[in-house]
Design a protein around this ligand. Structure first.
Ligand code: UD1
Ligand code: CA
Length: 457
């Protein structure tokens, strides 16, 4: 594996996707397709400086993404996309001084790390080794022509009827001896049905010069490329099933795997329960014995142990500590923390706030830029008026407070420990410790009013 580099080809137009988004940035579950490929290369022990991604079509977007998500990985440009052979050649200055070059199509998100490692391990053996698979429907894949001791590839569009019947196809993963590739790469022509330079022609050229070529077969399930929206959906489904399988074999209970989606970066502890129709994305984690109720969508949510997300909760970039409870129908977002045993209930939105231990926001409330101490009860319909049209302001509520229903906190607002507010109050001044803040009009009754003003029969 010494002195080996990996080139990921991601410059193609992806015409068949019929989308303005570059193909390799199309997402499988919640991540761009290229991320799976790059992480696979990383997991095979290849350091960033020995890895390059070739960009071209939509290249600015792809480059920006790689630079941000995978710092250190080299981005190379293929300004005109004249085919995969041209692609590899246009990166020659970068790979020419290595001993071995592994080339991967950028549209192989399902490829397993073991397969890549095997290809890397074989890199020094033959002049070229490729990965193939037996395709149920070989479609437009390049067909593998096996001779006694050699392998070559004929592209579908150039293949004759007999060759098109071959089911063993090229997966788009190649390991080359650099010296050998250098000796044939300029001989690749575009004299073919697509008028493209094919990297696959390198094998035939090598065979002609007495060099050695070989192939090994991997399952189709991990080697299918993504060229159409249909294939993207298929690949996403396979990926989803694999992720769910991994969790279930670790003791996570997934009530209905056919309706649950979980991203590749999520962590879930054994004995967590994921109810039907749940989605969990990003860097979320779910602790032991926690239940994520139906219809909930979690993104970068950090869920502790014994948490109950009752149902239909949307939780983003927030933390629910052990024993917290949320839902049904709540929206918890932007760095909110529910401390141990805290509760956010029905039709409640909480943004950038900390709800202290054992505190409750049970119904119809909005808490924005607020900190609540422990054991606070927020009455139904209470909200923080945190935005004055220009800036956001904080609300601080101390420990053991009892907030009457429909209290408006005009922020910046402060309520001391052990204080209370009267229902319907608009709080514009500090409520001192252990006091009751009343900020509402007094009730006045007008006797006999109805007799004069209502048509009563
Ligand atoms: C290619 C193979 C085919 C194989 C299939 C597997 C060739 C000629 N054919 O076909 O044998 O069965 O992959 O999926 O290689 N790319 C560039 N620059 C270009 C053209 C393509 O970077 O000028 C990149 C694409 O972004 C993509 C990869 O190369 O990641 C493969 O290109 P694609 O057009 O998908 O090749 P296929 O026609 O699928
Ligand atoms: Ca392809």
């Amino acid at each position: 594996m010494n002195n080996l580099c990996v080139l990921v080809m991601a410059a193609g137009k992806g015409t068949r996707m019929k989308s303005d988004v570059p193909k390799v940035l199309q997402t499988v579950l919640d991540r761009p397709m290229i991320d799976y490929v790059i992480r696979n290369v990383q997991s095979a022990g290849i350091e960033a400086q020995n890895m390059a991604v070739l960009v071209g079509s939509g290249g600015e977007q792809v480059e920006a993404h790689i630079t941000k998500s995978f710092p250190g990985v080299k981005v190379l440009w293929q300004h005109e996309q004249l085919g995969t052979g041209h692609a590899v050649k246009s990166a020659r200055e970068w790979w020419k001084d290595y001993d071995s070059l592994v080339v991967l199509n950028g549209d192989l998100p399902l490829m397993k790390n073991d397969s890549l490692k095997r290809l890397i391990a074989l890199a020094g053996e033959k002049d070229c080794t490729v990965i193939t698979f037996e395709a149920e429907n070989p479609g437009a894949y390049g067909r593998i022509i096996r001779d006694k001791n050699s392998v070559s590839i004929i592209e579908f569009k150039d293949a004759d009827e007999q060759q098109r019947k071959i089911h063993e196809v090229n997966a788009g993963c190649y390991a080359f001896k650099v010296k050998s590739l250098l000796s044939v790469i300029d001989k690749i022509t575009n004299n073919n049905a697509q008028h493209e330079y094919y990297i696959t022609d390198a094998l035939g050229l090598m065979n002609d010069s007495g060099m050695s070529t070989g192939a090994f077969i991997m399952p189709e399930s991990e080697m299918q490329g993504v060229n159409t929206q249909r294939e993207l959906a298929n690949v996403s489904r396979v990926m989803r099933d694999e992720i769910l399988e991994r969790f279930m074999s670790n003791g996570v209970r997934i009530a209905d795997p056919s309706s649950v989606y979980i991203g590749a970066d999520v962590e879930i502890s054994p004995d967590a329960v994921i109810m039907p129709n749940v989605q969990i994305w990003g860097k979320s984690s779910v602790g032991k014995n926690s239940v994520i109720g139906s219809g909930s969508i979690l993104t970068n949510a950090n869920i502790g142990e014994n948490v109950h997300v009752i149902a239909y909760a949307v939780i983003e970039n927030s933390t629910l500590k052990d024993g917290a409870k949320a839902g049904p129908f709540c929206y918890i977002r932007d760095n909110t923390v529910l401390e141990k045993g805290a509760f956010a209930g029905k039709f409640v939105e909480i943004k950038n706030s900390t709800i202290g231990e054992g505190s409750k926001v049970p119904h119809l409330s909005y808490m924005g830029d607020a900190t609540l101490g422990h054991d606070v009860n927020i009455g139904a319909g209470s909200i923080t008026c945190n935005y004055d049209g220009q800036s956001k302001h904080p609300t601080h509520i101390g420990d053991n407070c009892f907030i009457g229903s429909n209290t408006m906190f005009v922020a910046p607002a402060e309520v001391g420990n052990g204080a209370a507010t009267a229902a319907g109050s608009v709080i514009t001044q500090r409520v001192p410790d252990d006091s009751l803040g009343v900020g509402r009009a007094r009730q006045k009754n007008i006797e006999g009013w109805s007799l004069h003003n209502h048509n009563r029969n």
